[in-house]
Design a protein around this ligand. Structure first.
Ligand code: ATP
Ligand code: MG
Length: 513
């Protein structure tokens, strides 16, 4: 009505000035402030617009129950790499929100773009934006805090909606068209802490540790520590180390960077890879003992003068330069070193992002340099062990749907009696269960049989090892005593030992089997 009046009464040349005056008057008497957040800011996409859209989508989805939206028409979208559908305000719809006790109103404005002005990239046909209305008396205190809250919330929603990504550096040092050294695929591993077979107490401890880490921003800031954490997973093949990493990523909603160390040529390449990782991610180096030679940090450049206090003195392995050694400048080396790796996890560069978890896995913890194992470097050492009875119960539930009450007490106690000595990995046991998953009784029978067989094989092996050890010991004694008189007595003693141990273990075996 006002516009029609304006057009009829005011001559065209005065209209603009009149409109401005009217707006000023309106602003003087209005008790609200209005903020425009447009989709395109000049030629760039306005990140704040996307954040507001996502934030309002979470409120809008709850308005289907009719709480704050002024209409019941919502737009639905599904983004790239996302399995979730987001709700949004439809064109020119309004939504009220309350933050820290202050009410605000959002309006989504969509108007056709009038004429296609010159631009380096095609602009959308519609002009989109949000208008935020805040009461003038509330505005000074709330605005900044509210927008930061929206940005953080949007990030959280984006992470929750977006499928995890699995990155790899398997292209070697080459970069993709965007100059990125990592390649990514959607990460769809279904392993979770529910399906992971391990001691429930240990599992809860790990989950609490991860939760504390993810919620610990204030703690890490207060204590002056970099917001990162290291886990070393060790144990025989097939005990669930990789499954644990997938479960961690799914639990926290983090991406995974699977670092193939054999594809990295230099320390600086390693640093570049680190710089290109994002926050909220798990950086994984699998089978770290096989990736590079990480054993000896003794000087290798021929001088032999200096020995690092944490070095492993095993002989035979080629040396790795010592960090900070003036004779041995790592920066110029064209190979990756242990010090480079330690800087990667621990040094100043490791803090170029935040909220990151480092996970190393190995089948042979004894092969690792003590420097890697030192506390503070790998914060938690997690032993993935052979299947125990509590772990077996989880596998039976996952694969056969058997609750503990579904298994007869006899079978249950038979399984409990053999499982530890059978030393079977969860991977081996799951194979037996998968094969017989259509018939629970058959699966349990076969499992018991396999476990018993494995147990007696283990016993025989142990017995043989014991005999061999005692014989070796006796042999050594004989060699030492041979120049002296009376060596025969020592020999005789050693021989008796063998006999006694042999008999004892045979009796044990017969008794149980
Ligand atoms: N603890 C476990 N809980 C549930 N499933 C497991 C567990 N351990 C192994 N599995 C099963 O066995 C398969 C192999 O396990 P996984 O790859 O996690 O073992 P790993 O310890 O990483 O072995 P490797 O040392 O050879 O890399 C998985 O697909 C998984 O289904
Ligand atoms: Mg693995």
């Amino acid at each position: 009505f006002s516009q029609t009046l304006l057009h009829t009464v005011v001559p065209p040349e005065l209209r603009f000035a009149f409109l401005k005056l009217f707006q000023r008057l309106f602003n003087c008497f209005s008790s609200y402030c209005y903020y425009e957040i447009t989709e395109i800011d000049g030629v760039n996409t306005n990140e704040l617009y996307n954040a507001v859209q996502l934030y309002l989508s979470s409120s809008a989805s709850s308005t289907t129950a009719g709480t704050t939206s002024s209409s019941n028409r919502l737009s639905l979208t599904r983004g790239l790499n996302s399995s979730a559908i987001t709700f949004g305000l439809a064109n020119n719809d309004r939504l009220s929100d309350v933050f820290n006790g202050v009410s605000v109103v959002w309006e989504h404005n969509v108007t056709p773009r009038q004429s296609q002005t010159f631009s380096w990239r095609p602009l959308p046909e519609e002009k989109r934006g949000f208008t935020l209305r805040i009461n003038k008396r509330d505005q000074p205190g709330i605005l900044e805090e509210y927008l930061e809250f929206i940005t953080n919330k949007a990030m959280e929603i984006r992470r929750k909606n977006q499928d995890r990504l699995l990155y790899t550096n398997s292209r070697g040092g080459s970069l993709d068209s965007r100059g990125h050294p990592w390649e990514s695929v959607p990460f769809k591993h279904p392993s979770t802490f529910d399906t992971l077979a391990m001691d429930p107490i240990k599992k809860r401890e790990i989950m609490c540790d991860l939760r504390d880490f993810a919620d610990g921003q204030a703690f890490y800031k207060r204590t002056g520590r970099a917001w990162k954490r290291g886990y070393l997973l060790y144990g025989p093949p097939g005990t669930g180390k990789s499954s644990m990493i997938a479960a961690m990523a799914n639990f926290l909603g983090y991406d995974i960077y699977d670092l193939e160390l054999t594809e990295v040529n230099t320390n600086s390449e390693l640093r570049k890879l680190l710089m290109k990782t994002s926050s909220k991610s798990i950086i994984v180096i699998e089978d770290i003992d096989c990736s590079i030679n990480l054993t000896n940090r003794k000087k290798s450049n021929g001088t032999g003068a200096r020995n690092d206090s944490v070095s492993d003195t095993r002989s035979g392995s080629p040396g790795i330069p010592i960090p900070g050694d003036p004779d041995n400048n790592n920066g110029g080396n064209n190979s990756i070193t242990l010090s480079g790796l330690l800087n990667f996890t621990d040094g100043l560069w490791s803090c170029c992002g935040s909220e990151r978890i480092f996970v190393f896995t190995t089948n042979h913890i004894d092969k690792l340099d003590p420097a890697l194992l030192r506390s503070g470097r790998m914060d938690m050492h997690i032993h993935m062990s052979y299947c125990s009875f509590p772990s077996l119960k989880i596998l039976l539930k996952t694969y056969l749907g058997c609750e503990p009450g579904d298994i007869s007490p006899d079978v249950s106690s038979d399984l409990a009696a053999v499982i530890d000595e059978a030393e079977m990995t969860p991977a081996d046991i799951s194979e037996v269960l998968i094969k017989n998953r259509r018939d629970n009784d058959k699966a349990l029978r076969e499992l018991l049989e396999v476990l018993r067989k494995k147990k007696s094989v283990n016993r025989r092996l142990r017995r043989r090892r014991l005999v061999a050890d005692v014989e070796d010991e006796a042999e050594e004694k004989r060699a030492l005593d041979s120049p002296k008189e009376g060596g025969g007595a020592a020999n005789g003693g050693g021989g008796d030992d063998v006999e006694v141990n042999y008999k004892k273990s045979e009796e044990e075996d017969n008794g149980i089997d």
